[in-house]
Structure formats: structure tokens, C-alpha cells
Design a protein around this ligand. Structure first.
Ligand SMILES: CC(C)(COP(=O)(O)OP(=O)(O)OC[C@H]1O[C@@H](n2cnc3c(N)ncnc32)[C@H](O)[C@@H]1OP(=O)(O)O)[C@@H](O)C(=O)NCCC(=O)NCCS
Length: 206
């Protein structure tokens, strides 16, 4: 499990659709099927990622070691924006560490803070993991054939949800700034490292 300081969640912006595409491409076949309900092609994933950032969407990325390893999506489904549908995906090597639960909590706060009072999640009924998470957040689960629907109602914004979202977004910005500075410093010192490496016969950093 990565160090806690290497993990943060922040909102993804429209220009970052390639992060979403790359994340979905890295999902193993079983996780992709659980996320989309069936097997999907790379062409579908590219189209889906490009179209995920319209005005009716909130997309959160879970960054682990600087890479988007998890995504939570919200789409408004009612004209008054009081109801929305949510979906989640975590890459296989990061599953089972509590990140899905963390993204769920983050998305619930984001939804509350945008005036959503009812959340819906649809998945395959075999998907015990996401249903277990949804139940932790008070979802009412209905199973119908191979499909399951989880409904979370009675959502209201509060000081807690507003401040949690603010703290997470600010924390993410600070971590990204530190990370970018670190990479800039590494780039500056890289030529010297290579010279040093040549002198000592060690392999240059990639
Ligand atoms: C579903 C998904 C988002 C969950 O994320 P995650 O990081 O693996 O989940 P977490 O580690 O936060 O929590 C998993 C919970 O499910 C529980 N769980 C796991 N397998 C279970 C099972 N077979 N039956 C019941 N509960 C189960 C765990 O005990 C855990 O709950 P706990 O924290 O109370 O112990 C992730 O596994 C994923 O991306 N899967 C593929 C795509 C997908 O299914 N998306 C959801 C459809 S929208």
C-alpha cells in the first residue's frame, strides 16, 4: 500500500480527459466489465472519456504516486439537478485498500455540496464490493435479475461536507505543486547525475 501522502483526490478538468482514458485502458477485463456492464473497446473508451466532462458531470480522480488509479463520476439525471447517477473504478492493484470507500465518501460530499439530494448507482448484481460500499453510506439496494440499483436519499450539504471538499481539493493542489517542483528540480540536476553516473560507471536514471 502506498504512503498516505502519495494519495490524494481532486476534481479532474475537461482538458484532463486523457487521464480518464488511460485509467480505463489500464482496468483489467473483469474490472472493466464490472464498471461498464459489459466488455468495451478502446474506441468506446476514448469516446466515453472525451465526452465525460460536459456541464452535467463531476469527475474525481484518485491519484496514487502521481497517477490516476481511481475515478468517481457523477452525472445529473433530473432537470432540477436534485438527482444524479454515480459510478466508480479503481485499478486492480489498488483495489481492496479502502480507496473505493474513500472516493465514495468524497463523491457523496461533492454531490451534497451541489444540491443533489438523491444518488443512484447501477451495477451488475454480482458486484458485491460496490454494493457493500454503497450500503455503508446508507443505500437501499434493489436486485432485479443481473442488475442492481442502489439509492441513497436524504442528502443535504452541511458545514462538514463543504469543509471536507475544500480541505481535500486544497491538499491535492499543495501535493501537486510539491510534486511538480520536485520533478523540475530533478530535470535541472539530471544532466549532472548523468555525468556523475558516467564517471562512476552506474546507469543513468530513466
Ligand atoms: C468496486 C470498487 C470501486 C471498490 O473499490 P475498492 O477500493 O476495491 O473497495 P474498498 O477497499 O474501499 O472496499 C471494499 C469493501 O467491499 C467489501 N467486500 C469485498 N468483497 C466483498 C464480497 N464479495 N461481498 C461483500 N463485501 C465485499 C470489503 O470487505 C470492503 O468493505 P470493508 O471496508 O467494510 O471491509 C473497485 O473494486 C472497482 O473498481 N471494481 C471494478 C469496477 C467496479 O466494480 N465499479 C463499480 C460499478 S459502478
Amino acid at each position: 500500500m502506498p504512503a498516505a501522502e502519495d494519495v490524494f483526490t481532486r476534481r479532474l478538468h475537461p482538458g484532463e480527459w486523457p487521464f480518464l482514458q488511460a485509467h480505463f485502458e489500464r482496468l483489467d477485463p473483469a474490472s472493466r466489465r464490472l464498471r461498464f456492464g459489459n466488455a468495451v473497446t478502446s474506441a468506446f473508451i476514448e469516446r466515453y472519456a472525451r465526452n465525460s466532462f460536459d456541464a452535467d458531470a463531476v469527475v474525481l480522480g484518485l491519484f496514487v504516486g502521481g497517477v490516476v488509479r481511481g475515478v468517481a463520476e457523477l452525472r445529473f439525471i433530473s432537470a432540477d439537478r436534485g438527482e444524479a447517477e454515480i459510478a466508480f473504478s479503481i485499478e486492480r492493484q489498488c483495489q481492496g485498500f479502502g480507496y473505493g470507500t474513500r472516493l465514495f465518501a468524497r463523491m457523496r460530499d461533492a454531490a451534497r455540496n451541489r444540491g443533489v439530494h438523491r444518488l443512484w448507482l447501477t451495477c451488475l448484481s454480482e458486484n458485491r464490493r460496490i454494493l457493500a460500499i454503497a450500503k455503508k453510506f446508507g443505500a437501499k439496494v434493489t436486485l432485479l435479475g443481473n442488475e442492481a440499483t442502489a439509492e441513497i436519499s436524504g442528502q443535504h450539504p452541511g458545514r462538514g461536507s463543504l469543509s471536507r471538499e475544500w480541505v481535500e481539493e486544497t491538499r491535492a493542489q499543495i501535493f501537486e505543486m510539491i510534486d511538480q517542483r520536485q520533478r523540475r528540480i530533478e530535470r535541472i540536476f539530471d544532466p549532472f547525475d548523468s555525468v556523475g553516473d558516467r564517471a562512476t560507471g552506474t546507469q543513468a536514471r530513466q
